[in-house]
Design a protein around this ligand. Structure first.
Ligand code: 2M8
Length: 452
């Protein structure tokens, strides 16, 4: 166990940091690199902040929903007025779309659908008198978001949502996406740029590399390809239905769909709390997702993978996403046992500072590479939660304590070396601080199907 004094200090530091990153009703991930509001960041932030200021946490989620589009879509970014960033707002030009909010600039793609999970956690922390009204306020908005995901992104009722850009999965440059992006046909100007090494020019337009060493960020090549993909999606109004199969990269992303399955469960629990049943059609979608996740399982390797939505092939590159289905309780006990064994391999997913985003023995592993190897606190937090679903309480506790020690040693960095524990990326990163607060408070090992 950690000394109580140490815990207090870490928690106090985390709170101070979150106060500094606060922007009125919402919190930016980092003052320098990420000055706007991001969807899943705000969910993680709300979960941590709910531990000491549930009203602020409720406000964090309300602020996300002010950016909800009229069709239910929740954008992955809500732009802050006056914040300086180069290029990013211009990629989207959200106000060109009649369904986008009129009073805010947003992105036009989504991110892991965690709001139902965060809403339930925040509601539980609110005083009893506010709980029901908060949930009743968010319920129709959550319904609209989940309905949008199925209507617009599961065109053939497969049960799996298709993503149109890696920014939507949150693990931006994860090798499974970059694997397909590398094979994507490029426009002539990019082929020329690549030949003359002009990809470096893009660095002048980037905000992140002004603050963070280039080696720790998305490579210029990955960055350019992601930009090309966003430009192509824009040509088709970010509508999956309209996107040509040959020049797009469309993935039934494992991380996203696993988190969706967990969020669906939370939404069901909210509807039960409110005694307001979910529409039958939505319930049918939820059941299909549970079944369909099994199509992402590969029995020989004992892992889950993302699937190329165009060819139907699994993208068999090992990443941390393989553990996320455990969060929804969908894997069988036998599958869970194989995953839990895989997680503990010291030469793979359990080096000195677990859990690396890519196993350290994989050819794709990069110690400092953005989402290509480093340990991220939101992933550790989710995996600790997921392990409790399967009563792997002792392992969840080891992960919780290791994660706290890592942050105690390196500070509230955005991500960490899984080998040395050194901090990388932005300093004073909000979800690291918020989830540390939650981890400090979650020393209750009770596994509970209602935890979500
Ligand atoms: C990273 O993504 C943004 C684009 O959305 C970026 O690279 O600028 C990812 O780590 C993403 O998961 C995260 O939400 C965002 C803000 O922390 O940063």
């Amino acid at each position: 166990m950690m000394a109580p004094q140490l815990e207090k200090t870490l928690e106090e530091r985390a709170r101070v940091m979150l106060e500094r990153n606060r922007r009125g009703s919402w919190t930016c991930p980092s003052i320098t690199v990420y000055p706007h509001q991001w969807l899943w960041d705000s969910c993680f932030i709300a979960i941590g902040v709910a531990r000491y200021d549930p009203q602020r946490a409720a406000g964090e989620l309300r602020a996300l929903f002010r950016a909800q589009w009229a069709n239910g879509m929740l954008p992955h970014m809500v732009f802050a007025d006056g914040a300086k960033d180069i290029g990013s707002r211009r990629i989207w030009q959200s106000k060109k779309y009649p369904l986008a909010p009129r009073d805010l600039d947003t992105s036009c793609v989504t991110q892991p659908p965690l709001p139902a999970i965060a809403a339930r956690r925040v509601a539980r922390a609110l005083p009893a008198s506010d709980r029901q009204s908060f949930l009743a306020e968010l319920f129709p908005k959550l319904l609209a978001y989940h309905t949008w995901l199925y209507d617009e992104r599961d065109l053939h009722n497969s049960g799996l949502v298709t993503l149109i850009h890696p920014w939507e999965c949150g693990l931006d440059t994860t090798p499974s996406w970059m694997h397909l992006l590398r094979r994507m046909p490029l426009p002539w100007w990019l082929r020329t740029a690549a030949r003359f090494g002009l990809a470096r020019v893009v660095r002048l337009l980037r905000n992140d590399t002004r603050y963070i060493p280039v080696a720790e960020r998305a490579s210029d090549d990955d960055g350019l390809r992601m930009l090309v993909l966003a430009t192509r999606a824009k040509k088709h109004h970010f509508q999956l239905e309209q996107m040509p199969r040959h020049s797009s990269v469309l993935i039934e992303d494992l991380a996203f769909n696993a988190m969706l399955a967990a969020a669906n469960r939370s939404l069901e629990l909210i509807s039960r709390d409110l005694e307001r049943p979910l529409p039958t059609e939505l319930q049918e979608h939820f059941r299909r997702t549970e079944v369909a996740l099994e199509h992402l399982w590969d029995e020989p390797s004992g892992q889950y993978y993302s699937r190329n939505a165009v060819t139907g092939e699994l993208i068999k590159v090992p990443t941390i996403a393989t553990f996320l289905p455990l969060w929804s309780g969908i894997p069988t006990r036998a599958q869970a046992e194989r995953l839990i064994e895989l997680l503990q391999k010291p030469t793979g997913f359990w080096p000195h500072h677990p859990v690396p985003s890519v196993p350290i023995d994989a050819p794709e592993f990069r110690e400092a590479g953005y989402w290509k190897g480093p340990t991220w606190i939101n992933m550790n937090w989710t995996i600790a939660e997921a392990l409790r679903e399967y009563e792997a309480v002792e392992l969840a506790e080891r992960l919780r304590l290791r994660t706290l020690r890592l942050v105690e040693h390196a500070g509230f960095s955005e991500y960490f070396s899984p080998l040395t524990g050194d901090g990388y990326g932005a300093n004073d990163f909000s979800w690291t601080a918020a989830l540390v607060i939650d981890l400090l408070a979650s020393d209750d090992p009770t596994p509970s199907a209602n935890r979500l």
